[in-house]
Design a protein. Structure first.
Length: 151
């Protein structure tokens, strides 16, 4: 594994988070407009229900927007050039069961024909990996992992 792979993964995470932020803003505004523009019908309850549903959609998107903005801020703080002997936030970890990047909860990315799993530092697997060094082994979900490389 090389540092350019780590930079590519990092940049893709930022691109995805920025796209999520944009999507949540658009969805939040659309839900707000829908709630505001529903004409009052003769069935007042129907109007109030539609308005309440629009507000719930707006609130859900607002919450997701704040979460995505927070994730973006946390990944921006990562110093990609710092390489630790042990796994930590910002580490790209090659194990016997795959390659993992501990940064934010993105999920699976395919980069340079490799499957990379981007984990939140709060995820159970990332917590298990933290502070492991090359050669360390650990058990997670009945699978044995061996740390092969950290960058």
């Amino acid at each position: 594994m090389n540092n350019s792979l780590k930079h590519t993964i990092y940049n893709e995470c930022i691109r995805l988070l920025e796209a999520r932020i944009s999507d949540y803003r658009i969805a939040m505004n659309a839900a707000q407009e829908a709630a505001n523009s529903d004409d009052k019908s003769s069935a007042g309850d129907k109007y109030e229900t539609a308005r309440a549903m629009g507000q719930l959609d707006r609130d859900m998107n607002a919450k997701q927007l704040v979460e995505a903005q927070s994730e973006l801020q946390s990944i921006i703080k990562i110093d990609l050039d710092y390489i630790s002997e042990s796994a930590q936030i910002g580490s790209l970890i090659e194990t016997s069961n795959g390659i993992y990047f501990i940064a934010v909860g993105i999920g699976v990315l395919e980069i340079e024909k490799q499957k990379i799993i981007v984990l939140s530092p709060k995820s159970p697997l990332a917590k298990e990996m933290m502070s492991k060094k090359i050669g360390n082994q650990f058990l997670f979900n009945s699978k044995e992992f061996t740390v092969k490389n950290i960058s």
